[in-house]
Structures are given as structure tokens and as C-alpha cells.
Design a protein around this ligand. Structure first.
Ligand code: ATP
Length: 402
């Protein structure tokens, strides 16, 4: 692919060594707040030093984060709960001040961060649109011109003259995204909050995001639904305890995240009942679907003796969310026989596409599902992982599989 030429004018967001500290102790936090206000009023205080060091009880919620974002690019921010994603977005949107580092934002910034943030609850939806528009520097006439589009996109025209405090969470998010995305933002900041909307609206938002990127809007997206980051982001940053643990291509970032934070070890846990005849050697290969067909996974195994009439049960997940669960028996397949060693295939129904954020749990059973031979739990399906050795756990008396 030819590399796009960039110049400095393309950079809409520049973040350099940014950090934000908090204090978990409320009393201390209030006391530090008072001291900071006082110090700001007193000339001669060495402000940078005061902000850049930790006092008792403080910690860095975001520490030394740097990145650049150009026109038309989307950056995914990935991290576990409490990793510092929202704090970083709040600094980008100017809701809170960094304690160290520099943030440069160019152009109009549309943001959907906290539920209802940016809306005055006692004003109506329509009034809030005008307030938001004027904060972003649009004239009344410009807002008039966009009003119909905003109301139509939000899908809640009958509530537009009701106060925002009477809106449901989903309605608030609908209006928030409609406003943030319609008022011609140069930079769009989206926190997890989008997931409050129903799935049809989320899809509509993501399509709108794609359109905006084509017109040059840069966006930053935080979500635990990694397939959305996978679909839209050119690059991603993984935050661990407020620090950048990885920064690079989206697929590599998601892969890194799974490796760092997989709930049961990486790349999946193989559980054998203590009397198991089987040893899974490795998962040989994941076969991508042929046009309109199914994808499959080939598993290599060793067994103490041949085993007749087996079935497979499996659960397919994307970003930890169960998408599909079935057994070869339910899908109408006949039981199959296994020699002492060899391979067997798990064929997914057409349409189950393995993304880097997909994982599978599967178990091998006898014909009437009374005995489980082996259970593989939450194995990531990204191609990079499949050749690695699994973690093997032997458990006695194990009865139920995936
Ligand atoms: N106002 C605050 N005072 C004290 N600590 C705070 C404050 N805001 C956030 N924190 C702490 O800062 C850390 C980062 O929080 P943040 O909300 O940025 O995480 P996050 O990555 O967005 O998490 P999630 O995925 O759960 O939304 C957490 O430890 C959180 O408890």
C-alpha cells in the first residue's frame, strides 16, 4: 500500500508526556486541592515541580502518555477498568488539567465522554444543541442549518423539546452523539458511553464515524468492545496502570492486550480430567472462510488409545462476549472416531468470522456427552497465537465442559 505523505498541518492532536495524578484519600485530596488553589494565587511558587511530584496518598492515574493523531485517523485506547482511559479523554477534552506534559488540539472537538456531560439537564434537547453549538464556535445560523440533521440522527424528535433530565440514558447518548458528530468536528472523542445506546444506534454511530473519517475527522475511541476498535482504528494504545504499555497497529495492540490481560492465562487454558486419554499437542491452524463458506480450526492431539464416536461442544466469543454456542450433535454431525494421534477439525457455521478479539472454548466428549476428554478454555483465535504451547491444567473429577 503506498504510504500517505504527511505534513505537520495534518496533526490535529499532539500529546506529549502527559500525566494526571489523583489521591484516593478524600480528606487529603481536599486539603491538596485547597493548597493548590492557594499556591496558584501566590506568585513565585514553582508550579511545574509542585504538579510533577507525588505527595502522600497520590498516584498517577495517567503517566507519561504521548501520541499524535492526524486527519482522518482513528486511535483506539485499550485498557482494563481503571487503566486511565477516561482520565486521558477528559484531559483531551479540557474537562480536567494535566499535572504534567502538553496537549495540543487543533480545530473543533466533539466529545461523548460521561453520560450527559456537556448537557444542562434543565434545558431542553433543542436548547442544549444551541448551547453546545455556540461553545464549539458555531453561529446561530450555522446551528439552525444543522438542527434538523441532529434531531433526525438522534431518532428522538418527539423529545427534543423536553428537558434533558427527563431522558433515558440511551436517549441522552443518542442526542450526545448526534450533536458531537454533526457539528463538523475536526476531532471526535468517544468513550465507552456509546455502548449505552441500543445495537442499531451503535451501528449507525459507527457508520457515521466511518463517514467522518473520510472527510478528515480524527477520532479517539475507547471501548471494551474490541471488534469496534479493530474495525475503525488505524492504530491503538494499550494503557496499563496509566502508562502506555503498547502503541502500534491495532491488531498488534489487541493481541498484546489479550496476552497481558487474558483472564485465564495466554493463550487459553487446556483442562484435562485426571483420567483423560487425550493430550492436545497444539492447535495447528485456523483456516479463514472461503468465499461465503465456513472457517475452521484444526487441532492436533495424542491419545492413549483410539476413541470412538466423539462429539465437540464449543462456545465462540468476541471480546469476551458469547456470540455462538453449539455442539456437533446439535448441528446434525455424526459422531466421529479418533485414532491414537492425528488431527480433528472444528468447523464454525458460515458467518462466524474469527477476528483477533475472538476466542473459543471447546471440549471433546463421548457420544452421549457423559464423559469429557479435554476442555480448552478461552483460547484467542488470532493467527499469531495458535502455534504457541497452551497452559495445561489437570483437574480431577472434572465433569462439565464448554
Ligand atoms: N476524581 C478522581 N479521584 C480519585 N481517583 C480517580 C478519579 N477519577 C479517576 N480516578 C482513578 O483513576 C484511575 C483511572 O480511572 P479511569 O476512569 O480513567 O479508568 P478507565 O480506564 O477509564 O476505566 P474504565 O474502563 O473502568 O472506564 C482509577 O484508579 C480511578 O479510580
Amino acid at each position: 500500500m503506498p504510504k500517505r505523505a504527511h505534513n505537520n498541518d495534518d496533526v490535529l492532536v499532539r500529546v506529549e508526556g502527559v500525566g494526571k495524578k489523583f489521591c484516593r484519600d478524600l480528606k487529603k485530596s481536599l486539603w491538596y486541592g485547597v493548597k493548590d488553589i492557594a499556591a496558584e494565587l501566590l506568585p513565585g511558587e514553582r508550579e511545574i515541580e509542585r504538579h510533577a511530584t507525588l505527595r502522600r496518598g497520590e498516584f498517577w492515574a495517567v503517566d507519561d502518555v504521548s501520541f499524535e493523531l492526524r486527519r482522518g485517523e482513528c486511535l483506539g485506547l485499550i485498557g482494563r477498568n481503571g487503566a486511565g482511559k477516561t482520565t486521558l479523554l477528559k484531559m483531551l477534552n479540557g474537562l480536567i488539567k494535566p499535572d504534567k506534559g502538553r496537549i495540543e488540539m487543533r480545530g473543533r472537538v466533539g466529545a461523548l465522554i460521561a453520560l450527559g456531560a456537556g448537557f444542562n439537564p434543565i434545558l431542553t434537547g433543542r436548547e442544549n444543541i444551541y448551547v453546545n453549538g455556540s461553545v464549539l464556535g458555531l453561529t446561530k445560523r450555522e446551528i439552525d442549518g444543522k438542527l434538523e440533521q441532529i434531531v433526525e440522527f438522534s431518532g428522538i424528535p418527539e423529545f427534543i423539546d423536553a428537558p434533558v433530565q427527563s431522558y433515558s440514558s440511551g436517549m441522552t447518548v443518542r442526542l450526545g452523539f448526534a450533536v458531537a458528530s454533526t457539528l463538523s468536528p475536526d476531532v471526535l472523542i468517544l468513550d465507552e458511553i456509546l455502548s449505552v445506546g441500543d445495537s442499531a444506534f451503535q451501528l449507525k454511530c459507527l457508520n457515521r464515524l466511518g463517514e467522518l473519517m473520510l472527510t478528515g475527522t480524527a477520532s479517539i475511541m475507547v471501548t471494551h468492545q474490541l471488534h469496534n476498535i479493530e474495525r475503525h482504528s488505524n492504530s491503538a494504545v494499550v494503557l496499563v496502570d496509566g502508562c502506555v504499555a503498547f502503541s502500534g497497529l491495532t491488531h498488534a495492540a489487541i493481541d498484546f492486550y489479550h496476552r497481558q490481560t487474558g483472564p485465564d492465562g495466554f493463550p487459553g487454558e487446556f483442562v484435562y480430567p485426571s483420567n483423560s486419554l487425550f493430550r492436545i499437542k497444539h492447535v495447528v491452524k485456523q483456516h479463514p472462510p472461503r468465499a461465503g463458506g465456513s472457517s475452521s480450526l484444526t487441532v492436533a492431539y495424542d491419545a492413549e488409545r483410539p476413541v470412538g464416536r466423539c462429539h465437540i461442544s464449543y462456545v465462540f466469543k468476541v471480546s469476551g462476549v458469547e456470540i455462538f454456542r453449539s455442539t456437533t450433535k446439535t448441528l446434525g454431525d455424526s459422531p466421529f472416531n479418533l485414532d491414537r494421534n492425528g488431527t480433528f477439525d472444528i468447523v464454525f457455521p458460515a458467518g462466524l468470522k474469527a477476528l483477533p478479539s475472538s476466542s473459543i472454548s471447546f471440549s471433546l466428549w463421548d457420544e452421549d456427552f457423559s464423559q469429557v476428554f479435554v476442555w480448552v478454555k478461552d483460547m484467542p483465535l488470532s493467527t499469531q497465537n495458535n502455534d504457541r504451547s497452551p497452559r495445561i491444567v489437570v483437574r480431577s473429577g472434572y465433569q462439565n465442559g464448554a
